[in-house]
Design a protein around this ligand. Structure first.
Ligand code: DAH
Length: 328
């Protein structure tokens, strides 16, 4: 029994295989359990003489191992090379990559920054962990002032210094920080995260976002505020709107106003507080109230997003529910 010829054919068949199917056919032809040529040889061993059995048995078993190794190698080569040989149709439209979705609040934040920047405002940010002084006292809200009840506060233990610390309840403290560090005239907005120690419901969250605005200069009046803010809202909603101003009270402005806009259904909706910067605030930052005036405003970003997109519940923003996010 000579298996040299068998070996030569088997190796040639395997090496010339161009795909996995041909490879498999070669395996069946030589190593197949039923009628593989080499299998037959091995099966025939029992009928051979002891001497022949020893010689052929050794050779056949070595060949079996050799062919198996060769098949494995060939198959892996074919699967690696296979890709190179597939035809690429360069005219086909590309596969769309899943890029994720912007959170609606991120979008609103970007739009607000963009619109105010286009009106020459600078965008600045302040710390979320704030000192009592900036969040309250310097804004004309001393410790015994009943207006402190307007802001339910997360107080934060401070073992480092004597200062009373809190999570800022509004973005207004940045008014003070900015004026301490800059001279008038200027116009800024301060977008940022704010915190209130409150029970949550459809319109209240313990964590939400605000945008503060502050414009200070020698001849600033409420008429400037009116123009700026109406221009902002028209750009933001992309259409003409009706506005309503109501007198209101915030300790850091005098006079203070609240601004409503009219929704498509005819309902009035409060969108922000504002007013002329209070003399006590100017005093706190050592500005001369006889030389400069200013207006300030503050609005909720979540609120704006809810109006713009018709979102009924503020808690949805923080729900982490992908079905909600995917709509924007
Ligand atoms: N800080 C106020 C709040 O969170 C909002 C506000 C009202 C800001 C009037 C202002 C302002 O700058 O002038 O309720």
């Amino acid at each position: 029994m000579d298996i040299t010829n068998l070996r030569a054919r088997a190796i040639k068949d395997i090496e010339s295989a161009t795909d996995a199917k041909v490879c498999e056919a070669a395996r069946v032809r030589y190593l197949g359990r039923k009628e593989g040529e080499l299998t037959e040889v091995l099966r025939g061993l029992s009928k051979m003489s002891v001497e022949e059995k020893r010689r052929v048995g050794t050779e056949a078993n070595e060949l079996k191992q050799e062919l198996e190794a060769l098949l494995t190698k060939k198959l892996s080569e074919l699967s690696a090379h296979g890709k190179k040989h597939t035809h690429v149709d360069v005219t086909r439209p590309g596969k769309k990559m899943a890029l994720g979705h912007e959170h609606p609040l991120t979008k609103i934040d970007a739009q607000v920054r963009e619109i105010f920047s286009s009106m020459n405002f600078s965008v600045v940010e302040g710390p979320e962990l704030e000192e009592e002084h900036y969040n309250f006292d310097a804004l004309n809200i001393p410790a015994d002032h009943p207006a402190r009840d307007m802001w339910d506060t997360f107080w934060v233990k401070n073992e480092v210094s004597k200062k009373k610390m809190l999570m800022r309840t509004h973005t207004s403290p940045m008014q003070v920080r900015y004026m301490e560090a800059h001279e008038a005239p200027f116009q800024i907005i301060v977008p940022g995260r704010t915190f209130r120690y409150e029970a949550t419901d459809a319109s209240h969250e313990i964590n939400f976002y605000q945008v503060e605005g502050l414009v200070v200069g020698p001849d600033i009046t409420l008429a400037n505020f009116k123009y700026i803010i109406e221009t902002f809202f028209k750009k933001f909603f992309g259409k003409e709107l009706e506005f309503r101003y109501r007198p209101s009270y915030f300790p850091f402005v005098e006079p203070g106003v609240e601004l409503d806009i009219r929704l498509p259904g005819g309902k009035w909706l409060e969108v922000m507080g504002a007013g002329m910067v209070h003399r006590n605030v100017f005093d706190a930052v050592k500005y001369d109230y006889r030389k400069v005036q200013g207006f300030a405003f503050g609005m909720g970003l979540d609120r704006l997003a809810m109006i713009k997109y018709g979102i009924p519940d503020i808690r949805l923003f923080y729900s982490g529910d992908v079905r909600f996010i995917k709509q924007f």
